[in-house]
Design a protein around this ligand. Structure first.
Ligand SMILES: Nc1ncnc2c1ncn2[C@@H]1O[C@H](COP(=O)(O)OP(=O)(O)OP(=O)(O)O)[C@@H](O)[C@H]1O
Ligand SMILES: [Mg+2]
Length: 278
């Protein structure tokens, strides 16, 4: 191969290979045979003495769809920061499966092990098509053009088709991401996470700013993802949380205030007091 473009991509593949090898965690090794897929045990996060999380314990089962609610400042985002390695616990432990100690893993290691996170603001590539965004999400090399020019395997193309169908963007595959509606951008970003086939998806306020119709489609999407993935959703929109109607955890001042079905936690006097006192 003397063609310089082909040479370039050969180097690219070496880069991918090295990047994959530098992650000590091999995908698919998450052991959930004896317990939850994700658990925080008495996790405290102190910022200059202020406890954003205060001995928080939380267990999420494999395939579960869990909603986390709670007033502003309750510690919801900080909890996700601990699960993704962005913030280290001051004390306590955080495990992925039985064996992976999240407090000892870097953010890329945790992502590679199968915990994907979506932040509130969509971070799609606006000047690329929906298809290209999904193509980019499949690759570990984050350089845009070398990745887009590299050929996809048949399996990767199948995967992109599958994801397009799951997030309902088949008809929009050739549109620029920047031209999508707000809701479609959010689904695309969820699709970009799904392309990497994570075991756990963390979604921070996924329906903020969506129309009613978009919210309803997102309810269907998240319901369809549960089972094959564990999904943890932080959301302020109570109608949405009610529509998902699974186990709900209420955080307050860095701790679990209540946990149960939505109707149970809504009837809990401590929960009512916290929300009315906002
Ligand atoms: N890096 C930081 N340094 C200092 N304090 C912080 C830091 N990050 C979060 N906090 C504080 O920790 C508390 C919990 O914040 P967090 O963002 O986790 O809340 P939240 O439940 O996500 O709130 P919201 O619903 O408003 O998004 C807040 O009082 C916040 O000000
Ligand atoms: Mg938050």
């Amino acid at each position: 191969m003397s063609n310089p473009v082909q040479e370039f991509f050969r180097r690219d593949r070496v880069f991918d290979f090295v990047a994959a090898r530098s992650h000590p965690v091999i995908r698919g090794e998450i052991d959930t045979s004896h317990g939850p897929i994700l658990y925080l045990d008495e996790v405290t996060v102190s910022f200059d003495g202020f406890k954003a999380l205060d001995r928080l314990s939380l267990y999420v089962d494999d395939g579960e769809l869990r909603c986390i609610i709670g007033p502003n400042g309750a510690g919801k985002t900080t909890m996700m920061d601990v699960m993704t390695g962005k913030t280290r616990p001051t004390s306590g432990s955080a495990y992925f499966g039985q064996t992976l100690d999240l407090s000892r893993m870097s953010e890329p290691e945790i992502a590679a092990a199968g915990i994907g996170r979506k932040f509130q603001k969509p971070s799609v590539f606006p000047e690329h098509t929906v298809w290209e965004n999904l193509h980019l999400a499949l690759k570990t090399d984050k350089r845009v053009w070398p990745t887009l020019l590299a050929r996809l395997t048949a399996a990767q193309r199948d995967r992109i088709h599958e994801v397009l169908e799951t997030v309902g963007l088949e008809d929009a595959r050739d549109r620029f991401a920047g031209a999508l509606s707000h809701g479609q951008k959010q689904w695309l970003e969820i699709g970009m996470l799904l392309a990497q086939n994570p075991r756990v998806l963390l979604l921070d306020e996924p329906v903020a700013g969506m129309t009613q119709q978009e919210i309803e489609r997102t309810v269907d999407l998240l319901n369809s993802l549960a089972g094959a993935h564990s999904v943890i959703v932080v959301e302020h929109d109570m109608e949405f949380v009610r529509a998902i109607a699974r186990r709900v955890t209420v955080l307050h001042e860095g701790r679990v205030l209540a946990e149960g079905r939505m109707d149970q936690v809504q009837a809990d006097p401590r929960v009512i007091e916290v929300y009315l006192g906002e």
